[in-house]
Design a protein around this ligand. Structure first.
Ligand code: 5CA
Ligand code: ZN
Length: 444
């Protein structure tokens, strides 16, 4: 499906690729390296039954910083994102509001695209809905059955069977182990499962945590040809497993999403993939923190939402929203307050005011055309020398994508403490390329 327009990303001299990230499976900081200058990324997309809230925006803006960092290292990024355009919550919402589920999904995905564009998020290379991938899901579930890691469970209210993934068989026959991706112990997983789409009470399952692969058609529900499985629709985890594996190498560099996807979603997407292909799904996992309101996780089901589109409609500068999000580390859980948004607006304005004071051009000794060939590594001809500001921002991101530290560097620059000689257009380019913040637009 179509994504959204790509913002212009200024070319800046590329610096060395060194990236350390807290990797979910181990919880420790790990070196993350692209392969042959190509990074492959899968970030789980939205379930489009309500508009983009600040929690979603937080997730996609922090992964956007990862994409921008890789690009600034001269690394090409193959980025895949899905849209869960068929799932229980979407159908439930459509029924509650009397809308056609397809129209609901299409309208909310459109809003999401507009919000991502306003926030200057670089679109994925491949944007794909679950519905588009159903034949691939059917093929994989059939394969899991042949391999003996899936089984049918009779459904009382359907003509056909539902199909479940067999955790015990997968542990016996593959390298995947329950908990090896999300990093949780069994009691924690049992606690989380029912709140995150799981059905521990379902009769006929071999293990209460076994996840659904294929749901047989129920009267009145949308359904697709399931080949030997019978008519029905896909389970959630197999959707991302299949979309990722059809578009990215195995294993790909990194899978991401909010921390609520650690279990069951990423645990089982990886389990299905490892069972099908014999190799892990991703090399690394990055899970961003949860954004809350009044002490509770912002969620469509709770309805305690601050919508990006509403903030923008009320006149908030999307760059201020981006500044607010980047002022929190990607691992942090935090609560939204209007005061913090106002502080982000003021901070952005301070940077814009400082920009007006920055020198218009580099001095002679910084002029790439006039200087001797660079002694610094990874210098790209024609783009000039990397300067102090770029080094400082790059270093902040290399260290666990520390966007708040990068913003602190901008504060120091605005206060005249670092990189004061950096030319105006270079500041604009470097801040835009690395952080996606456009300081050149007029302030108020
Ligand atoms: N479609 C699935 C993933 S395949 C899904 O989780 N959709 S979602 O619309 O519920 O969430 C989209 C993304 O936003 C996910 O990465 C999720 O982890 C993240 N997210 C949801 N709520 C919040 C929140 N309150 N704070 C931060 N991130 C959130
Ligand atoms: Zn997903």
């Amino acid at each position: 499906m179509k994504s959204w327009p790509r913002p212009a990303v200024p070319a800046i001299p590329s610096l060395g690729e060194t990236l350390e990230l807290t990797d979910t499976p181990t919880g420790t900081t790990t070196a993350v390296n692209s392969r042959g200058n190509l990074a492959s990324l899968y970030v789980c997309g939205i379930t489009p039954y309500d508009a983009t809230h600040l929690g979603h925006a937080n997730t996609y803006v922090h992964f956007d910083v990862l994409v921008r960092y890789w690009l600034a290292c001269g690394v090409e990024v193959n980025y895949v994102q899905n849209v869960t355009d068929i799932d229980d919550p979407l159908l439930e919402r459509a029924e509650a509001t009397g809308q056609d589920w397809r129209e609901l999904a299409a309208s909310q995905t459109d809003l999401f695209r507009a919000d991502m564009q306003a926030l200057r998020v670089i679109p994925p290379t491949t944007y794909m809905g679950a519905v588009e991938m159903i034949p691939g899901v059917v093929a994989d579930v059939e394969k899991l059955l042949r391999l003996g890691v899936a089984y049918p469970v009779p459904a009382e209210d359907a003509a056909g069977d539902d199909y479940y993934f067999d955790i015990a068989a997968a542990e016996a026959n593959t390298s995947w182990r329950l908990g090896s991706v999300g990093g949780y112990d069994r009691p924690t997983m049992e606690e989380l499962f029912p709140d995150r789409g799981g059905d521990p009470q379902r009769r006929g399952k071999r293990d209460s945590l076994d996840p659904l692969l294929w749901r047989a058609a129920r009267p009145g529900e949308p359904q697709w040809d399931g080949g030997s499985l019978g008519a029905g629709r896909p389970g959630w985890h197999i959707e991302c497993s299949v979309i990722a594996r059809r578009h990215l190498p195995a294993p790909f560099t990194l899978q991401g999403g909010g921390s609520d996807l650690r279990f069951p979603h990423h645990e089982f997407s990886a389990a299905h993939a490892t069972a099908c292909d014999g190799v892990p799904l991703a090399e690394h996992y990055m899970h961003t923190g949860m954004v809350g309101l009044h002490g509770e996780k912002m969620s469509k089901s709770r309805g305690n939402l601050v919508l990006v589109s509403e903030l923008l409609a009320a006149g908030t500068d999307p760059q201020a929203v981006r500044t607010l999000l980047l002022s929190h580390h990607w691992r942090e859980d935090w609560d939204y307050t209007p005061e913090d948004l106002a502080a982000a607006e003021a901070r952005l304005q301070r940077w814009k005011t400082a920009l007006a004071r920055a020198p218009e051009h580099h001095g002679g000794e910084h002029d790439a055309a006039a200087s001797a060939p660079s002694e610094k590594p990874h210098h790209v001809a024609g783009l000039g020398e990397p300067d102090e500001l770029q080094y400082a921002l790059h270093a902040a991101l290399a260290n666990n994508l520390n966007a708040p530290a990068a913003l602190d560097t901008l504060d120091l620059w605005a206060d005249g403490h670092v990189a004061t000689g950096t030319a105006r257009e270079r500041v604009v380019d470097v801040v835009d390329a690395l952080l996606g913040l456009d300081l050149s637009s007029p302030g108020h």
